[in-house]
Design a protein around this ligand. Structure first.
Ligand SMILES: *Cc1c(COP(=O)(O)O)cnc(C)c1O
Length: 379
């Protein structure tokens, strides 16, 4: 294989933007100080860079810098949010609410808490992947501590009604957390307008480096730290701050917000063109709400052909994901597609395409040709 396959899996991760890499570079060998070293120049230099990134993140969310906690990514942020909130609110109750299409980084902390005696309601979704607000309202109780609903789904890209959920929770004095790993920098987010109390995000879905993210936690909401040590991040998350990654996240945020309006439109046009080209084939079915979804997401099931055979054919040319996660050697259908009411074979035959910053119009033409040809040959 002389050429690398075309990458259309931007929901899994994204390449680091060269401009982000350049911003990070000085903080490895030259400006290497520990931001916590308050006695000398090297510490101040690193601290200044960290605090600038913190302000950028806060501004992007309409939050304040004190509300930003740096973590190793969205998995850690979700764990800190969910475990940290329940631990700090034990006197109120032991009930949590989430949705069955959440990322495993939300579902698994919830299952862990169930084993410790907490009660978790996993709400179903409608066939379009969206949460039903009436059933959410009916599930909320006096002893409900936390509601966790993702902003955008990582498989089907659907956008949950954050503002409506936030209002429902605010009216009942229930804390609202959202996993915005896929949404941040791709759609507008505002923690005030949507009454969001906690929000997780990660840099590597945003053309930034892997291993860095944040938890936004609204001022005044008690949160129990899950990592104890030197007391960094106001005691909420101990551990020496990774200055280069933090600077990278700040730069990635700045770029994403500047380019958001034009990029949204560009990717939506490319995505719609790709779907139009593919949808003229028989037996394709779009998964998830047709318009209330990320502009760069496409997810569809292909009826009547073996997903393994299809993937084998396209793999040398195209890097995309299927609707199954390989747990060992047996492919399990995705829990998200099963939650839409799909049968196991239909869920397994789903393809997820994620477009991104470096996807061109030529790429879309090529992807459409590769997929049409492969599906045609297998029919
Ligand atoms: C990628 C992703 C995560 C995990 O983020 P990491 O930074 O890789 O830990 C969590 N939630 C969603 C929705 C994601 O897409």
């Amino acid at each position: 294989m002389s050429r690398r396959p075309l990458y259309l899996d931007y929901h899994a991760t994204t390449p680091v933007d060269e401009r982000v890499l350049s911003a990070m570079q000085p903080y490895f060998c030259e400006s290497f100080g520990n931001p916590a070293s308050s006695a000398h120049y090297y510490g101040w230099e690193a601290e200044t860079a960290v605090e600038q990134a913190r302000r950028t993140l806060a501004q992007a969310l309409n939050a304040t810098p004190e509300e930003i906690i740096f973590t190793s990514g969205a998995t850690e942020a979700n764990n800190l949010a969910i475990k940290g909130i329940v631990e700090a609110h034990l006197t109120k109750g032991r009930h949590l609410v989430t949705v069955c299409t959440e990322h495993s980084a939300v579902l698994e902390p919830c299952r862990y808490l169930e084993r410790l005696g907490f009660e978790v309601s996993y709400l179903p979704v409608q066939p379009d992947g969206l949460l039903d607000l009436t059933s959410l309202a009916e599930t909320l109780r006096k002893d409900t501590i936390l509601v966790s609903v993702m902003a955008a789904n990582n498989e089907i890209g659907v956008l949950q009604p954050l503002t409506e959920i936030g209002q429902l929770c605010r009216d009942r004095d229930i804390i609202f957390h959202t996993d915005a790993a896929q949404a941040f920098g791709k759609i507008e987010l505002d923690v005030q307008a949507s009454a969001i109390d906690l929000l997780s995000l990660t840099a590597h879905k945003l053309y930034g480096p892997k291993g860095i993210g944040i938890l936004y936690c609204r001022q005044g909401i008690p949160l129990a730290p899950q990592l104890h040590g030197g007391g960094q991040e106001a005691g909420y998350r101990s551990g020496t701050l990774f200055t280069p990654q933090i600077v990278g996240l700040g730069k990635a945020t700045e770029l994403a917000l500047t380019e958001l309006p034009t990029e949204q439109q560009r990717l939506k046009n490319l995505r719609d063109r790709l779907w139009q080209a593919l949808n003229s084939l028989d037996g394709l079915m779009l998964n998830g709400h047709p318009s209330q979804r990320l502009p760069h997401n496409l997810n569809f099931s292909v009826n009547g052909i073996s997903p393994e055979a299809l993937l084998k054919k396209i793999r040398p040319h195209l890097a995309i994901s299927t609707g199954s996660a390989c747990a060992g050697r047996r492919a399990q259908p995705s829990h998200v597609l099963t939650a839409l009411g799909h049968s196991a074979p239909l869920a397994r035959s789903a393809l997820r395409l994620g477009l991104g910053r470096f996807t061109t119009s030529v790429d879309i033409g090529a992807a459409s040709k590769i997929l049409r040809q492969a599906i045609g040959e297998l029919r």
